[in-house]
Design a protein around this ligand. Structure first.
Ligand code: NAD
Ligand code: UD1
Length: 335
């Protein structure tokens, strides 16, 4: 089977490309490199020992997408391409709607023009908003609190309408919790441009000396140790979840929103403690006030993924920290 990955050189796309290639799928990558590096392509071929065609392309270029879908006789598309900074989405909403919603429409139009109806979408736990109960299951109300989250929800709504309009469509919207970790080779991982927003890449850069200390955004929440709790999921587990979803949509028509998380909630201090073991260092930290828009705690109900996809996360927090640190240390060596 031939699979097109949009945003295929990004953090989650690149790890999924490895797992797909290892399981015998033919993978084609497109990315406009707005948040990734071309070197990742060579590293993907090195890890897998397979050729992986790559096209530098913006997904809003519908006619170019049609050409690629036809050239490689694509059977299914996994759509990772998107912008993901919550802070930037509030200052540049049009950029986010254009890229995340407009980009998705362009891709669906190109697929329809080529009679391709198998689609997996990168959604996010952020579509749920303030928890009315926990763990979040897929029936939880969808009230995103920021523009980024709204772009993900709008894309999901479009996908649901598209699936209703034509019974040939088979679509999974995978709602990721907090992806972390890297491939065991240390050759690919999370490569944020500029100062990282998310906890794990920030911790990595403090450990490597690139950043002086970690800001703890609040230690007075009503949580196990006062810091925010999240459901961190290893990016390789997430990658395997996509393969499971691909198998599922090959056999089932319609629209399926599915959480990909572990169901385990972990505090900022727990993550730091595990990371300090991995990197054999002490993370310098400063407690600051709460970050605007942050929730105290959220985590997944992972039952639907288990039931429908026969998938569950297997790797633990220590393995996320070990692999993240291996990747970060490799980066520092190659500078
Ligand atoms: P990433 O930024 O590493 O990867 C996204 C890739 O898409 C990048 O390589 C970027 O260059 C590319 N891209 C962006 N807009 C494009 C466009 N218009 N045309 C072509 N390429 C484009 O991000 P990621 O962490 O791998 O996330 C992948 C997807 O998962 C995103 O849609 C993101 O919103 C979603 N998601 C991520 C997280 C997370 O914490 N990483 C959580 C939930 C959902
Ligand atoms: C953030 C986004 C969310 C997005 C997710 C994945 C916000 C408000 N939410 O989620 O919409 O889906 O990233 O891209 O930005 N923390 C620190 N210091 C730091 C960084 C984070 O203490 O330098 C804390 C946070 O307060 C939080 C936890 O670590 O409690 C995790 O933060 P982060 O990695 O940014 O993920 P989310 O806040 O879950």
């Amino acid at each position: 089977m031939n699979i097109l990955l949009t945003g295929g050189l990004g953090f989650i796309g690149s790890h999924t490309a490895v797992v797909l290639a290892e399981q015998g799928y033919q993978v084609v990558l497109v990315d406009n490199l707005c948040n990734s590096e071309i070197e990742t392509h060579a590293n993907l071929e090195l890890i897998t020992g397979k050729e992986m065609p790559f096209h530098e392309l913006d997904i809003r270029h519908t006619t170019a997408l049609v050409r690629i879908l036809k050239e490689y006789q694509v059977d299914a598309v996994i759509h990772f391409a998107g912008l993901k900074s919550v802070a930037e989405s509030s200052t540049e909403p049009l950029k986010y709607y254009d890229n995340n919603v407009g980009g998705t429409i362009s891709l669906l139009e190109a697929m329809k023009a080529c009679d391709i109806y198998h689609f997996i979408f990168s959604s996010s736990a952020t579509v749920y908003g303030v928890p009315q109960y926990l763990p979040y299951d897929e029936d939880h109300p969808l009230v995103p609190m920021n523009t980024y989250g709204k772009t993900k929800l709008q894309a999901e709504e479009i996908l649901q309408d598209v699936a209703r309009s034509d019974s040939r469509w088979s679509i999974a919207a995978l709602r990721y919790f907090n992806p972390a970790g890297a491939h065991e080779s240390g050759l690919i991982g999370e490569l944020p441009k500029g100062v990282p927003n998310n906890l794990m890449p920030y911790v990595c850069q403090v450990a490597s000396g690139k950043l002086p200390y970690l800001n703890i955004f609040g230690d007075d929440y009503d949580t196990k140790d006062g810091t925010g709790e999240r459901d961190y999921i290893h990016v390789m587990d997430l990658a395997e979840g996509h393969v499971a979803a691909l198998r599922f949509i090959e056999k089932n028509i319609g629209f399926y929103p599915i959480n990909l998380g572990t169901g385990i909630s972990c505090s900022v201090y727990e993550l730091i403690n595990a990371f300090e073991k991995s990197a054999n260092c002490t993370i310098v930290k400063k407690v600051q006030s709460r970050r605007s828009g942050d929730l105290p705690i959220y985590f997944a109900c992972a039952d639907k993924a288990k039931d429908l996809l026969a998938w569950h996360a297997k790797r633990d927090l220590q393995s996320m920290c070990d692999s993240s640190w291996k990747f970060q240390a490799n980066l520092a060596k190659n500078l």
